[in-house]
Write a protein that binds this ligand. Structure first.
Ligand code: SUG
Length: 433
């Protein structure tokens, strides 16, 4: 009863940069080598968190991971002092060095798959951290994500933070970016849409990787005892066009599923299966945006569907929290505004500037992990990680002092940057203690 949807957002780390590490993610590829602004990136993400907190939604902060991951480089045979390991890795294998420095844990939608207690087998809130094994830089995240989730959600009577799935391509898992939960009310039983790109035993011949397997989600569903699963397949052509996660073309909240016509392999079958799973609970509201209304390429470049879809407390209709890039894209903006002007489930569009993250393929929805929580679960979560005005002010001050406003991959070869990044995170540990 009275469960709410909290957001856990990845705080952007001081090493945020554009290293071109994600094939099939067009923004990551096209911005390779550009200078980043970690300070602006972190402040943009924090401002989005504050915006959602001010709407009245509980907001938690997932701290950045320690980068560079020198242990990773050492395990690959680079030896000597930290400075030497880093320098040698940049010289011999820039992709390995870039992976060790990536701030990619900021995209918390990929941190885990979450099953709220209303839908789980044992009445506890379950998390399976995503192994993210398709991309080398992201495969380094899961041990630290697991530890962080266990700190934020510590009470074993209420929370279960599993280990990531076995580290095999069969179980390639990208977490909640490919999961949508629909329900009539957050605390009521829901329908869980698990969207995969490929089957574990099929030969994948696509140009870009299909990052999520059906078998990974089946395993997560079994562990969590997730009720009412609906297994759907991404349209392989969407992956070819740059839809590396389903949340690039689909977002859902409460009864509403907003998606692009090209998102699913079989949209009519999708609707039928979701309706069937929801029978007796609620009537789903589908909003399909056609190719004529917004071509897939424009959906990907504007990230309209990577908006957050939220219900502010006390408001009946949903708010679409869209990237500012949508406002600047005439066609995407027209779609968003028509949705808000219609009599449908979406009542308002709010724009947020997360441009620094967008340039690596991460919109507003990528930066957050949704966690539906009952009042008792909220009370049991670690309040040190909950964003209030005080934590917001401390983080703003910390970012202002500790983050650079200009960073290129070349700067990361400099030993000074290692110490700078480490010192910043040591201070953050104190802030979040
Ligand atoms: O996994 N980009 C991330 C973006 C993740 C977006 N998340 C969701 N759609 N939910 C990725 O491709 C780029 C890093 C670089 O190239 O430097 C990167 O990892």
């Amino acid at each position: 009863m009275n469960a709410v949807e909290a957001n856990l957002d990845g705080l952007v780390g001081p090493t945020h940069n554009y290293a071109g590490l994600s094939p099939g993610n067009l923004a990551s590829q096209s911005n390779f080598g550009a200078a980043s602004n970690p300070r602006a990136a972190a402040l943009q993400g924090l401002a989005k968190m504050k915006r959602l907190a001010d709407m009245g939604l509980p907001q938690f902060v997932l701290p950045p991971q320690r980068r560079p991951d020198l242990g990773f480089l050492r395990s690959l045979g680079f030896t000597g002092s930290d400075a030497r390991v880093n320098e040698a890795a940049w010289k011999a294998a820039p992709i390995l060095a870039g992976s060790a420095w990536s701030a990619s844990s900021m995209w918390a939608a990929n941190a885990a798959t979450v099953t709220p207690s209303a839908d789980s087998g044992d009445g506890r809130l379950h998390f399976t951290p995503a192994n993210l094994l398709t991309n080398l830089h992201r495969s380094l995240e899961h041990p630290h994500t697991t530890a962080a989730l266990r700190r934020i959600f510590p009470d074993p009577d209420r929370f279960v933070v599993h280990d990531a799935l076995p580290f095999q391509p069969h179980f390639a898992d990208e977490g909640a970016a490919n999961h949508v939960r629909l329900c009539i009310d957050h605390g009521a039983p829901g329908v869980n849409l698990f969207v995969h790109g490929r089957g574990a035993y099929e030969a994948w011949t696509g140009r870009f990787p299909a990052r999520q397997t059906r078998e990974a989600f089946e395993a997560v569903g079994r562990r969590h005892g997730a009720h009412r699963p609906v297994r759907l397949r991404q349209n392989p052509q969407a992956i070819e066009a740059g839809v590396f996660h389903n949340d690039v073309v689909c977002v859902g909240a409460l009864k509403c599923l907003l998606y692009h016509q090209a998102a699913f392999e079989d949209p009519a079958a999708m609707q039928a299966e979701v309706r069937e799973a929801a029978a007796g609970l609620f009537e789903p509201q589908f909003i399909e945006i056609t190719e004529a209304e917004l071509p897939l390429a424009d959906a990907i470049s504007s990230y309209l569907f990577n908006s957050m879809l939220v219900q502010a407390p006390g408001e009946g209709r949903l708010t679409l929290v869209a990237p500012i890039d949508v406002a600047e894209h005439p066609c995407a903006r027209a779609v968003a505004e028509r949705l808000a002007a219609s009599n449908g489930p979406i009542g308002r569009v709010d724009y947020v500037d997360v441009r620094e993250s967008m340039r690596n393929g991460g919109g507003p929805a990528c930066l957050r992990l949704r966690v539906v929580m009952t009042p008792a679960e909220l009370a049991a979560a670690n309040s040190a990680y909950r964003l209030d005005d005080n934590l917001h002010a401390r983080l703003t001050d910390w970012i202002g002092r500790r983050y650079r406003d200009h960073l290129t991959p070349a700067d990361l070869a400099d030993a000074a940057m290692i110490e700078e990044a480490q010192a910043a995170l040591e201070e953050l540990d104190v802030i979040l203690a």
